[in-house]
Design a protein around this ligand. Sequence first.
Ligand code: ATP
Length: 324
Amino acid sequence: MSKKAEILKLLKNGRTEYISGEDICQKLNVSRTAVWKHIKILREEGYGIDAVPHRGYRLLNVPDRLYPDEIVDGLDTSFVGKEVFFYESLISTNREARDLALGGACEGTLVVAEEQAGGRGRMNRGWYSPRGSGIHCSLILRPDIEPRQAPPVTMLTAVAVASAVEKVSGIAPGIKWPNDLLLDGKKICGILTEMNAEIERINFLVVGMGLNINTDHFPEEIKDAATSLYLAGGSRVSRLDVLRQYLKEFEHYYRQWMEYGFEPVLDEWKKRCVTLNRPVRISASREVWEGWAVDVDSTGALVLRTADGELRSFVAGEVSLRTV
Ligand code: ATP
């Protein structure tokens, strides 16, 4: 742990008390000047720190920034989010995570950025990722499975995000097959899973998610189709609390998947799903199908009953779904 992080820890431990500069020096074996420098940096990072002569320092507030020290502080996961790469700005967290994974980053590594300049959805569509208002992050996973077994990870992520959002804010988003979360019929979260694999084994998966939390406006072209927790619920929500909860939920459902298969996660997914038992339209590159969304099977494929009664399965890949 860096000296700066240790000073922050001391301030957090004695949250309501002042802690003298002298005490900090002794406990951490640093000079008064070093303490002062670190306090200055912490303030620049957004921590509110009161300094009173002859009394010392006291922590007033923690900024709603997704700093690694804040993410991992007391996080009771065993591997998800234990290694964090934080960036003020990235082209895309998925791209960075892929590069880190190619360099050997371990399972559970989290990449998080305050903003993305080129955030992506599926089929290379853009993902609006303005600074400081949402969560834009990616996890690196190295499951010992075959590539064809990977689709559930997107659905598992949807369950983890929905559950985290509900626990922290009390608002329960619905899941739209295959990779979105909705509130009031508008998109609040998108998930993008990318894979690096051989024919029979996965080298790694990168699961990216963009979640609109305190976003108060959207660009013209998506404003009717997008929403945030703030716009839907009327109050601001701590991004840090949601992210930390997401990491816990993710680990829980990922372990469940690895140990017991996809069925238990799929049950949770179905409880939150807003796509099933209604008429939908599915578009692939050249064809369009309409029918009744009957089920999602144990591989994550959507089962559609068409007008002539035929059952047809769709894997997530390159299809878009609309309710009709
Ligand atoms: P479809 O909506 O056809 O199912 P999709 O769900 O696969 O497509 P994604 O690739 O997940 O779409 O997301 C990209 C799309 O989401 C963009 O084309 C845009 O319409 C919309 N979008 C972009 N940024 C945001 C955002 N921050 N919040 C909500 N929606 C967004």
